[in-house]
Every structure is written in structure tokens, then in C-alpha cells.
Write a protein that binds this ligand. Structure first.
Ligand code: SF4
Ligand code: FES
Length: 327
């Protein structure tokens, strides 16, 4: 098997006496074939070049989630990633997961990530909404989210988690979709109400990074969109997130274009909009204040025809796969 030489540029981190983290980059040379994984390369470095290099691993089979780290700019499982696929000009850059506290080198403290998962009550509860019947169809609805291995890749690449440490994050929200959708769950409505609160389902900015980086095709953002649809269907429209989405819906249906001039007030209410006056003045100075006169988009008839078609035949965001199990 043909071997090639690669440069591994690895972020070395260590905690100092003041509790901060000191970082530096260190380079290693590794010979790798087309099938060598990043994890094998790291083991080669640790075993033969530098025993002080610290990283986590366990199953080597993309099951335990412990080897998640930033590899060539994206968070991936080291045991599932081939060196040849991610090297750029023969160089592989490796760093610990982002949005999580670093313990040493590539090992992070996964505690804050699990704290978010625990917050959504990650188990079924008996209650008035429980039913005993679980059809294959109802299982198919949540099957993709049950594939989650809690690796944290989605949380590490989440752009919202980067700016808002309070955000529940993609994995916790995807997991909550599983409990909101399970026929055996007894408190679906109160779960939805909790998820409609700030820093939960409406805080996602739909950057889709979680969909890109998830190694198990959980597609957390899709679960978040489904949660939002269910909240609106339940009349949980009181928060800024729901109001913002409904304002978009109303404007596009009416004029095919967004009325940005009134959007802030409709999203945050009068008092919320007043508290944002500073930002508005800043925008005004930069000549970015939208026109107060609503604008009608070209092709409005087509937009309305799409709305009419959707109202006649609503798109069902739920998965209702046909039951194909043997009798
Ligand atoms: Fe990992 Fe995907 Fe689960 Fe996020 S949703 S923790 S990326 S398996
Ligand atoms: Fe378990 Fe990579 S070592 S997922």
C-alpha cells in the first residue's frame, strides 16, 4: 500500500496555575496510506513520537463519540476520518472541540454539554398524554434522532453556541424532539412549552452546521424545525422567535417582501423595539434603515398561488413512513 508523508499540526493546550489555558501549535510527521484514520495517526504520534500528547478515544468504531475533535476546520470523529480525505496540501490541522472548556491538548470537559442534555429531562415520563401503542410509523418519526451518540460535534460547530453559551444546543434539542414525539411520553405539551422558552428551539439560527458535522446523520436542525412547527400548532406563539417567524409568514403572503421597518416591533413588541433604539440609530448612520413604505414584490401573484396551494395541501413536516414491517 502506498504511503505518503503528512504534516500534523496539533494544538497543544495546558491549563496554567491561574486556571487559564496556554496554547501552542506543534508539528509532527506521519506516514499514512489512503485508509489510515486520524485516530491511527494520533496513536502513532503518541506511541512513537510524543507520549505527552493527550486525546480521548475508546471504541474506534464511531460509536462512543469520545474521539470528536476539530480536524481541518470541522469537528469530526477521528476514528471515522481518513487522513488522505481531510489533508490540505499534505497538512492536517487538529484542535480540540470548540465551545467547550479544554482540559489538556485535545481533551475537553464534556460536562457542560451533558448538562444541557440533562436539562431537557432525557427520559420518558408517565403522564396523562401517554399511550401504550408504539407503531413502526411512530418509531420511524424519531428513528434518526435516536442515532445520536452524544459526541458533541454539532455543539462544537454550532454558530449559536459560540455567541450564546446559554443556548441548549443541537444535540439536546434533537433529543427533546424524540421525547416530544414518542407516543409513550406523558408530558408532551409541557415539554413543548419549556422548549419554547428563550435559549431553546427558537434560538437556533438555522446555519445548518450541525447537519454538516453530525457523523450519524441525526440532522438536529430538522428536529428543531419540527419542534417549532409543533409549538406554533399548539398556539405557543408568545415568544420573540415565534412572533418573528409569523411576521415573516404574514409579510411574504401579503406582499411577497419583508416589511423590515416594522419587523423589530412585531418581533420584540414596543418596549423591546425601544430597547433596540441604539442599534437602529447605528443602522441609520450607516444608511441601512429600511423604507417605512411597504414594497410589493414582482411576481406577487405567483407567491400567493404558492400560499394558496400550501393552504389547500399543507406540507406535513412529520415523517410518516409506511409501515413495512411483516404482518
Ligand atoms: Fe454527535 Fe450528531 Fe448527536 Fe450532535 S446530534 S451529539 S453531532 S451524533
Ligand atoms: Fe469511539 Fe471514535 S473512538 S467514536
Amino acid at each position: 500500500m502506498e504511503m505518503k508523508s503528512y504534516t500534523f499540526r496539533i494544538q497543544r493546550n495546558r491549563r496554567n496555575a491561574e486556571g487559564g489555558v496556554e496554547s501552542r501549535w506543534q508539528e509532527y510527521k506521519v506516514e499514512a496510506s489512503d485508509t489510515t484514520t486520524i485516530l491511527s495517526a494520533l496513536e502513532e504520534i503518541k506511541g512513537h513520537q510524543d507520549g505527552s500528547l493527550t486525546f480521548r478515544q475508546s471504541c474506534r468504531s464511531a460509536i462512543c463519540g469520545s474521539c470528536a475533535m476539530k480536524i481541518s476546520g470541522r469537528t469530526r470523529l477521528a476514528c471515522k476520518t481518513h487522513v488522505a480525505k481531510v489533508a490540505k496540501n499534505g497538512v492536517v490541522e487538529i484542535a480540540p472541540q470548540a465551545n467547550q472548556p479544554v482540559i489538556k491538548d485535545l481533551a475537553i470537559d464534556i460536562g457542560p454539554f451533558f448538562k444541557r442534555v440533562h436539562k431537557i429531562t432525557p427520559y420518558l415520563q408517565e403522564g396523562p398524554e401517554s399511550t401504550k401503542e408504539v407503531t413502526k410509523s411512530s418509531f420511524d418519526q424519531v428513528n434518526h434522532v435516536t442515532q445520536c451518540i452524544m459526541c458533541g460535534c454539532c455543539y462544537s460547530d454550532c454558530t449559536m453556541a459560540e455567541v450564546s453559551p446559554e443556548f441548549a444546543g443541537p444535540a439536546a434539542l434533537a433529543k427533546s424532539f424524540r421525547f416530544v414525539s414518542d407516543p409513550r411520553e406523558g408530558h408532551k405539551k409541557s415539554r413543548l412549552a419549556q422548549l419554547a422558552e428563550p435559549h431553546n428551539a427558537w434560538s437556533c439560527v438555522r446555519c445548518a452546521m450541525c447537519v454538516e458535522s453530525c457523523p450519524k446523520d441525526v440532522a438536529p436542525m430538522e428536529a428543531i424545525v419540527k419542534l417549532r412547527t409543533r409549538m406554533v400548532a399548539q398556539g405557543l406563539n408568545d415568544g420573540a422567535g415565534a412572533r418573528h417567524a409569523l411576521a415573516f409568514h404574514e409579510d411574504i403572503q401579503k406582499s411577497g417582501d419583508l416589511n423590515e421597518f416594522t419587523l423589530l416591533q412585531r418581533t420584540l413588541g414596543i418596549f423591546g423595539a425601544v430597547s433596540e433604539l441604539g442599534s437602529a440609530l447605528h443602522l441609520m448612520k450607516k444608511g441601512k434603515i429600511p423604507s417605512p413604505f411597504p414594497h410589493k414584490a414582482d411576481g406577487l401573484q405567483e407567491v400567493r398561488a404558492i400560499y394558496a396551494a400550501l393552504e389547500a395541501h399543507p406540507v406535513d413536516v412529520e415523517t410518516k413512513a409506511a409501515d413495512v414491517a411483516p404482518e
